[in-house]
Write a new protein. Structure first.
Length: 133
C-alpha cells in the first residue's frame, strides 16, 4: 500500500460458519515490510468489521505478528491476544486481552488492513496465513 491515507484491505479470508467450534482457535500469521521512519502506519485484523488487533507501527522496517483469536465456551464469544516481533528474537505482547462477540456459527470474514498517515510511505503485506484449530 502506498499513495493513500485511506484504510486499505490487503487480505481477506472467508470462513464458513461452524468451522470454529465453541472452544476453537483462529491464528492469523502476518509478515509486513514497512517504510522505516517515524510516520504512523496502522496494521489491523478484523472479524466482520470488528477490530481484533491493531499495531500502530513507526520506526520499524518489518513486523511478524501472530494474532490468536479464541472462542471461549461459545461460538459467539472471543478473546484475543497477539505478539509482534519487529526484528530478530523478541517482541511485545498485547497489554490487555481483547474481547469480541462475533457469531462464528455463521459465515464470517477475517480482513487484514493497512492505513498510512503519510501517503508516500509504503507497507507491504508479504504473507498472511489463517489457521483454524
Amino acid at each position: 500500500v502506498t499513495g493513500t491515507g485511506a484504510t486499505t484491505v490487503v487480505a481477506t479470508f472467508n470462513v464458513k460458519g461452524g468451522l470454529v467450534r465453541s472452544n476453537g482457535v483462529m491464528k492469523v500469521y502476518l509478515l509486513h515490510s514497512l517504510t522505516n521512519n517515524g510516520n504512523l502506519k496502522t496494521l489491523r485484523v478484523a472479524i466482520d468489521g470488528n477490530v481484533a488487533w491493531t499495531l500502530p507501527a513507526g520506526n520499524i522496517a518489518a513486523n511478524s505478528a501472530l494474532v490468536v483469536i479464541r472462542n471461549i465456551n461459545s461460538e459467539a464469544a472471543q478473546k484475543i491476544g497477539a505478539s509482534n516481533i519487529y526484528a530478530g528474537v523478541g517482541g511485545s505482547s498485547a497489554a490487555t486481552i481483547g474481547s469480541l462477540t462475533v457469531n462464528t456459527a455463521n459465515d464470517f470474514v477475517v480482513t487484514v488492513t493497512t492505513a498510512l498517515a503519510v501517503g508516500t510511505d509504503t507497507v507491504t503485506l508479504e504473507n498472511a496465513i489463517l489457521e483454524i484449530n
